[in-house]
Write a protein that binds this ligand. Structure first.
Ligand SMILES: Nc1nc2c(c(=O)[nH]1)N[C@H]1C(S)=C(S)[C@@H](COP(=O)(O)OP(=O)(O)OC[C@H]3O[C@@H](n4cnc5c(N)ncnc54)[C@H](O)[C@@H]3O)O[C@H]1N2
Ligand code: MOO
Length: 394
């Protein structure tokens, strides 16, 4: 009989696994949601020239008067560097270089223009107004991105603004999926008696794609001991992480665990004190990792969400992937006297979590409203949650 481990122990086992990460250099536009593998230093100062933050008039603050002549015009992209004529102002537009001799921009809304002159209330102007000075964002050689920082599309704007074209990131894992279950068919086929449509294949593909992971394969295997073992043996060669769906329980046709044992895969754990997803398996073979998810789709999804997804993020460079950032109160108290931790389909609204109806692990209807899963601790851990519950957003 296998001893069940707790959710926290299962997470801590996965959290402490050594991962050999590889670095790759990729174009910045491909790096969204990747983790930076090597610090980036700015090649230039930005802005690289003093420029105007407003459409208006550039002038020298010490020469400001209530009436001024407009002696020239400079627009964005202008490369001439003419000095400002003493005592005058220059018409200027947002992003245009400040002429030498000028140090202040007045926005056009506060002047009254008359021909080539304008009048202004000087008390409305402060020295340096609306001038974006060289290096205000960053200076050449400043550290812009640190190792381990997550790259967002904001980061990509930042890197692009510095002229950085490529970035070194941690390579995402190669992942493949093996589906078991002779009753499971794809949606192109008409259902015969006893058959069901595959929910886990599409769900796992979508979840992996959302992590920016390209799925190497989704293979369907027959519920036969030899077939299961041969497929795992062949396909594990192609990936860093192999995910199996179904066939991991104790039925006569559940061949996954014996196959993994025969192939010499080291079992990290099998069975976690949770619902859904009790018969969840994790194993390791050298630098490769294997997760076997229980076949019931809610159980598969729950185990993926709580354990596999953070693992893949950790593999991709996120050292904090298992530290839940999201804790919320429940709309309605949820009573349980179970020794198992529950992961329930729920809806997050107005910073409160509502547990949805239809929690059975075969029932997928509540996924139409569910925004994530909420963790309800077992009876032994209930007094330590402060009324806030871990939430795992989809
Ligand atoms: N005697 C016991 N029986 C079961 C136990 C147990 O402890 N003792 N655990 C139950 C629990 S909990 C779960 S969860 C399931 C997990 O079983 P398996 O991982 O072996 O999964 P299967 O038997 O292959 O399938 C379970 C269920 O899910 C359906 N399924 C499978 N694959 C898919 C798919 N790709 N898309 C949609 N649905 C799928 C399958 O038809 C079954 O109905 O074991 C319980 N039994
Ligand atoms: O744990 Mo099973 O996942 O309850 O259906």
């Amino acid at each position: 009989m296998n001893k069940m481990i707790t959710v926290d122990i299962a997470k801590s086992i996965l959290k402490s696994l050594a991962i050999q990460r590889e670095m790759i250099t990729i174009p910045i536009v491909d790096a969204v949601d990747c983790f930076c593998a090597e610090a980036v230093f700015s090649p230039i100062s930005v802005p690289s020239f003093d420029n105007s933050a407003m459409d208006g008039y550039a002038l020298c603050f010490d020469e400001l008067q209530s009436e001024m002549e407009i002696s020239a015009m400079v627009k964005a992209g202008s490369t001439t560097k003419e000095a400002i004529k003493t005592g005058t102002a220059v018409r200027i537009f947002t992003g245009a270089p400040i002429p030498s001799g000028a140090d202040t921009v007045v926005k056009q809304e506060i002047v009254r223009v008359n021909g080539n002159r304008f009048s202004i209330d000087p008390s409305l102007v402060n020295k340096g107004d609306f001038v974006r000075v060289v290096g205000a964002q960053c200076k050449a050689d400043d550290e812009i991105l640190g190792r381990g920082d997550k790259i967002s599309f904001g980061t990509i704007a930042l890197l692009a603004s510095l002229g950085v074209q490529d970035v070194k990131v941690f390579r995402k894992p190669k992942v493949g999926v093996i589906l078991t279950g002779d009753e499971v068919v794809t949606s192109e086929l008409e259902l015969q008696d006893g058959q069901i449509y595959d929910a886990n294949g599409p769900m796992l593909c979508a979840a992996l794609m959302k992590l920016g992971i390209q799925v190497e394969f989704v293979e369907k295997v027959k519920d036969e001991a030899f077939e299961v073992e041969a497929s795992i043996k062949k396909l594990i060669e192609k990936v860093d992480v192999l995910i199996l769906s179904g066939g991991i329980s104790v039925g006569d046709f559940d061949f996954v665990r014996p196959a993994l044992q025969n192939l010499g895969i080291e079992e990290l754990f099998y069975k976690v004190a949770q619902k859904p997803g009790k018969p969840f398996y994790a194993g390791v073979l050298g630098s490769k990792f294997i997760f076997a998810l229980p076949g019931n789709p809610s159980s598969s999804l729950s185990c993926f969400q709580v354990y596999v997804r953070p693992f893949l993020n950790r593999f991709s460079g996120d050292e904090y992937a298992y530290d839940s950032d999201f804790k919320f109160p429940l709309v309605q108290e949820y009573k349980t006297d179970s020794s198992l931790t529950f992961f329930l389909k729920c809806e997050l609204k107005n910073n409160m979590v509502r547990v949805l109806n239809g929690q059975e692990s075969f029932n997928l209807v509540s996924f139409n409203k569910a925004t994530g899963l909420v963790e309800i601790p077992s009876r032994d851990a209930q007094d330590v949650n402060d009324g806030l519950y871990n939430y795992y957003p989809f």
